[in-house]
Design a protein around this ligand. Structure first.
Ligand code: ZN
Length: 94
């Protein structure tokens, strides 16, 4: 399903111009246990609701930015180079 993402530099474009870069996550500290690093690298929440993720504008400005989107409707809620911190936790089910 295609939808529009409003690139901070280029404006609204079809999703075919972008590459999905994965959910926003907090990188573990270097001395974190292997299980923490494994979860960081391989586990995804795949939330049905509000998701914050990285997107790359491969057919445009070739810049990475962040998108907050409802994965149930593909409604883009906000876009930015970096989104402000959530107070309820990233990836919280909406
Ligand atoms: Zn762009």
């Amino acid at each position: 399903m295609s939808f529009l993402i409003d690139c901070p530099l280029c404006g609204p474009r079809e999703t075919g111009e972008y590459r999905y870069g994965g959910e926003l996550q907090t990188r573990p500290l270097p001395d974190s246990p292997v299980s923490t690093w494994s979860a960081y690298l391989y586990e995804r929440t795949n939330v049905a609701g509000i998701e914050r993720a990285w997107w790359f504008h491969r057919a445009g400005c070739r810049r990475w930015f962040q998108v907050e989107r409802d994965t149930r409707t593909n409604e883009v809620i906000r876009v930015g180079w970096t989104l402000p911190a959530l107070t309820t936790g990233a990836g919280a089910d909406g």
